[in-house]
Design a protein around this ligand. Structure first.
Ligand code: BES
Ligand code: MN
Ligand code: ZN
Length: 493
């Protein structure tokens, strides 16, 4: 999809105009919509509610401009997220109607709240809404034919406008990259295969190193190796680095959980519980997606990515309840449930990250089903040892339209993971603060420096789909982290 700016409306393509709803009346949000058209649309049942669409058909036979009205709801509530959703709805409408080129007027004025430019939000919405994952249908469904979007603005040459389009495109393409990885069938992304896909991100300012087999033993990554033992496909650890031109203003490491399929291992999940477990590598996919975007965004920070990748299977040599594994930092873990595997592989990944000595470490993982019990599916769970990091991540989330909610790293609960035989055990008390226990366990391997843990189990997958995402992988948190990196100030990291 090509995006550009223009100050001329063309007669030969659909024009999308935003409309606010003010009680019972419609108000133009941008562009010259004649009042009689708005009154007529209202009469015909167009509410102007967020995402509502209405086509103005030329009725008198004269070649007239074809107009699509898109509702944004109340002006004071029409924030960036409303714009993204409205744009996503327009992208679907365009796909359905087989439109190849459209033009769109952005709403006039600044958006409420901490928000990216309207043009960025609209670009993100169009690309996220147009995303499809149906590559395995033998009868190819026609993809979206939408090839060109012109935003109608008064000053098409203004650099701010161009930058907004560019940022929106980079952000959305990174999200869709993570969605592709997460939606990929589990047998098509065995750990070394997934690591190979990450390796392809190497280029311009990104370097990638993959540790497997012997290299993992040399590192002492015995927790990751232990989890991988039940699978025919050996585990891997991927380390990516983005280096800016010039001296970096700071540095940060993102750590991702990459379980390419979580059967539970010998503590086998019931059939229903593993139906979606190809998305258990969503944390790693999120981290990889950042490195797709970073060279284009070119922030002045040094950014590291560390992904622990394994398949959790109950094969003949599988790790077992009762086993004790020694993580890379020398701490020992008593395994009591092989289905609490994420924290075990992340023990090594966080130990590895700690050695990089960056200003902050942020891990992201589909760690606990309990995250959805605590917060439902609208929030990612955030745990951190630094209030400033909590604020910066939540601010970035607000700007990206993704919600994070803090949970406490309650020290007294450490008792729940005290082991008789090892330093820690990998589960706490059943049904008691499962998400916090996961965070507390990880903290033992993250060190005392600035660190945040984000449990994305609830937000990484959506079985029914949302306006911005078809059913399946959501690509959650990619835009939040990219926003965080663009906004990162000295002292936060
Ligand atoms: N990958 C799962 C967590 C998960 C569950 C993610 C549902 C997304 C949806 C994780 O490895 C797991 O199995 N966690 C256990 C932990 C328990 C054994 C302490 C869980 O949540 O039940
Ligand atoms: Mn599990
Ligand atoms: Zn898992």
């Amino acid at each position: 999809m090509i995006f550009h700016l223009s100050d001329k409306i063309r007669k030969d393509r659909w024009l999308v105009l935003p409309v606010f709803a003010e009680g019972e009346t419609l108000r133009r949000a941008g562009g010259d919509v004649p009042d009689r058209v708005l009154a007529y649309a209202r009469e015909e049942g167009f509410s102007g509610k967020p995402g509502a669409l209405w086509t103005v058909r030329p009725s008198d036979g004269r070649p007239a401009l074809r107009v699509l009205l898109v509702g944004l709801g109340k002006r004071e509530e029409a924030d960036a997220q409303v714009l993204r959703r409205a744009a996503a709805t327009v992208a679907r409408k365009a796909a359905e109607a087989r439109w190849e080129r459209i033009q769109m007027v952005p709403p006039a004025g600044a958006l409420p709240g901490a928000a990216p430019p309207a043009l960025q939000a609209l670009t993100e919405g169009l690309l996220l809404g147009a995303y499809r994952h149906d590559g395995f249908k033998s009868e190819k469904a026609p993809g979206t034919p939408l090839r060109e979007v012109a935003f109608i603005v008064s000053d098409p040459a203004a650099p701010v406008g161009r930058r907004a389009l560019e940022t929106g495109r980079i952000f959305a393409e990174a999200v869709n990259f993570s969605r592709d990885l997460i939606n990929r069938p589990p047998s098509d992304k065995a750990p070394m295969v997934l690591a190979g896909l990450a390796r392809k991100l190497a280029g311009r300012r990104v370097s990638v190193r993959v540790y497997g087999g012997k290299a993992l033993s040399r590192l002492g990554a015995n927790a990751l190796l232990g989890v991988g033992r039940g699978s025919a496909h050996p585990p891997a650890l991927v380390h990516l680095v983005y280096r800016p031109t010039g001296k970096p203003t700071g540095s940060v490491t993102f750590v991702g959980k990459g379980v390419t399929f979580d059967s539970g291992g010998l503590s086998l999940k019931p059939a229903d519980g593993m139906m979606t477990m190809k998305y258990d590598m969503a944390g790693a996919a999120t981290v990889f997606a950042l490195f797709k975007a970073l060279p284009d965004l070119a922030p002045r920070l040094e950014v590291h990515g560390v992904a622990a990748i394994a398949e959790n299977m109950p094969g003949p040599d599988a790790y077992k309840p009762g086993d004790v594994l020694t993580a890379m930092n020398g701490k020992t873990i008593e395994i009591l449930n092989t289905d609490a595997e994420g924290r075990v592989i992340l023990a090594d990944a966080l130990s590895f990250a700690q050695r990089l000595k960056t200003d902050a470490v942020i891990d992201v993982a589909t760690l606990t089903g309990a995250a959805a019990v605590a917060l439902g599916k609208a929030y990612a769970a955030l745990m951190t040892n630094r209030p400033a990091l909590e604020q910066a991540l939540r601010d970035a989330g607000a700007e990206a339209g993704e919600k994070l909610w803090p949970l406490p790293l309650e020290k007294s609960y450490l008792e729940h993971i005290q082991s008789q035989v090892a330093d820690w055990k990998n589960i706490g008390n059943p049904g008691e603060a499962g998400t916090i226990i996961g965070g507390l366990f990880l903290q033992q391997f993250a060190g005392d420096g600035p660190w945040a843990h984000i449990d994305m189990a609830a937000v990484g997958w959506n079985g029914t789909g949302t306006p911005l995402s078809p059913p399946g992988a959501t690509g959650a948190l990619v835009r939040t982290f990219l926003t965080f990196l663009l906004r990162a100030k000295k002292g936060i990291l």
